[in-house]
Design a protein around this ligand. Structure first.
Ligand SMILES: Nc1nc2c(ncn2[C@@H]2O[C@H](COP(=O)(O)OP(=O)(O)OP(=O)(O)O)[C@@H](O)[C@H]2O)c(=O)[nH]1
Ligand SMILES: [Mg+2]
Length: 460
């Protein structure tokens, strides 16, 4: 337990109906006694028996505010320590006065995240849940919020805790065989070890797979608009972003730099990139722009490939299509308000596309077909991006790195398991276990000892 008693405003420091000030630490109730005076109880000492109570915050005899005080006795509090929450009027002057008074009475201002850190140190939550608290507060869209809530309420926690104990159990067997070879302990065959390792690897792989989509969703799915010059790429960006972000002119080669915006499609966070049209050119600036287009194509999760429906397919279209056809893409015919020059046959002949059903026809000028396009984008996100919100989604880079490290150690262990070097397998398992434990903030070596002790009753 920490020695300091900390205090902080938990709500936003702007004029509002109510503000909440939190206090946590061993001196909480002593400090509260100095400044809080109950309205209904004469005995100031008595109020500590209540959980919620109306009263005044006073500086000497001067009333600073009328407040509701909530009291939480250790360990039944967010931090696990003695805690209090003062709900006062949300006037910044009042808030400051109360904070100053609390500091004068012995508390200190909390560091960022210190309440949650104490909650973790006192075993009220694991590390991934502590991280989720921060992510819930900072979630910028519905989906990020849902993922963080899932992380807090325990789906990921449960899965990882089970995974961790799977590894520990196997390790327990191996260590027991190494350390207590003379005792009569059931031995695992090398085949059994491999089966157990495989099961664990599958679980880690499942989480790694889901971390791809989790991080994608949290940071935004990257969509790059590409195509030949003048096909309407910037016009499309402006429609999807719902603002005049990119310059649109009839001059081919208008866009040079990458133009980026953050948008939502059906709640999915998207980073959308408009790019320089691709064509052969000697213009140095345009050349650099086209190079950047290729980079944006490379890093895209989904490509929107535009063709101008009012002119015939040209070599630029064919070349670009060949570059993107094996990546996740949507083929879009733009300018369908003009007389068409592109036919189903020309698409088949020049681009080699057999099934033209998925081609989306739009007109940026007349705002036609945009709903079909956003629907198609959404379908790709949901169906092809391996994403199911109801699955366990790992959306945290630290967790992902730990999972990948654990996976590498497990691979090594699996290779070694082909021989029967238990020490070496155990070494890798221990490393993998540490990585998984680091996600939830457990300390492992003691766990292993405890596990051996519990399972085998050695040393009785
Ligand atoms: N008729 C018609 N014109 C369009 C449509 N979409 C775009 N345009 C026009 O086509 C021209 C080029 O549009 P942009 O959006 O600048 O095309 P771009 O692909 O960004 O062009 P670059 O940046 O030069 O590669 C402009 O004059 C637009 O007004 C459409 O759906 N119908
Ligand atoms: Mg443009």
């Amino acid at each position: 337990m920490e020695k300091d008693t900390i205090v902080a405003l938990s709500t936003y420091p702007l004029p509002s109906a109510i503000a909440v000030i939190r206090i946590s630490g061993p001196d909480t109730f002593e400090i509260i006694k100095k400044i809080f005076f109950s309205i209904n109880l004469d005995e100031t000492d008595n109020f500590l028996k209540s959980k919620r109570i109306l009263g005044y915050i006073k500086n000497n005899n001067e009333i600073i505010d009328e407040v509701i005080l909530n009291l939480y006795k250790s360990p039944k509090s967010y931090t696990g320590e003695d805690m209090a929450e003062i709900s006062c009027h949300g006037n910044p002057i009042i808030i400051n006065n109360i904070l100053n008074l609390l500091i004068k009475s012995g508390a200190r201002i909390a560091e960022p995240g210190e309440f949650t850190k104490r909650a973790f140190l006192n075993g009220k939550m694991d590390l991934s849940q502590a991280e989720a608290v921060c992510e819930i507060i900072n979630a910028k869209n519905d989906i990020a919020l849902k993922i963080a809530l899932n992380q807090l309420t325990g789906k990921e926690h449960k899965f990882i805790t089970e995974l961790h104990s799977d590894i520990l159990n196997l390790l327990t067997h191996l260590e027991a065989e190494i350390d207590f070879a003379h005792e009569d302990i059931h031995k695992l065959s090398s085949e059994q070890i491999k089966i157990e390792l495989k099961k664990i690897i599958q679980k880690i792989d499942y989480l790694i797979r889901n971390s791809e989509s989790g991080i994608l969703l949290k940071e935004g799915i990257k969509i790059t608009i590409t195509g030949a010059v003048n096909t309407g790429k910037s016009s499309l960006l402006n429609i999807l972003a719902n603002k005049n972000k990119a310059i649109v002119t009839h001059i081919p080669g208008t866009t040079r730099d990458i133009i980026e915006d953050s948008i939502y499609i059906d709640g999915f966070p998207i980073k959308i990139f408009d790019t320089a049209g691709i064509r052969k050119t000697d213009d140095i600036v345009e050349k650099e722009g086209i190079k950047r287009t290729f980079d944006a194509i490379e890093s895209a999760d989904i490509i929107l490939f535009l063709i101008d429906n009012s002119r015939e397919i040209n070599n630029d279209d064919i070349e670009i299509y060949n570059k993107i056809k094996n990546k996740q893409h949507i083929l879009i015919l733009n300018k369908t308000d003009l007389p068409p020059k592109i036919t189903e046959k020309s698409i088949k002949d020049y681009l080699g596309i057999k099934n033209t059903e998925n081609i989306i026809k739009i007109s940026c000028l007349k705002n036609i077909g945009i709903n079909n396009l956003t629907e198609a984008i959404k379908n790709i996100i949901i169906n092809k991006n391996i994403l199911d919100i109801n699955e366990i989604i790992v959306a945290n880079m630290r967790h992902k790195k730990a999972l990948i490290n654990a996976r590498n150690y497990m691979n090594d262990a699996f290779e070694i398991a082909k021989t029967s070097a238990y020490e070496l397998i155990a070494f890798d398992l221990k490393k993998a276990s540490d990585e998984i434990a680091s996600i939830i903030g457990k300390i492992t070596s003691e766990d292993i000892l405890e596990n051996i002790f519990r399972n085998f009753c050695i040393g009785k």
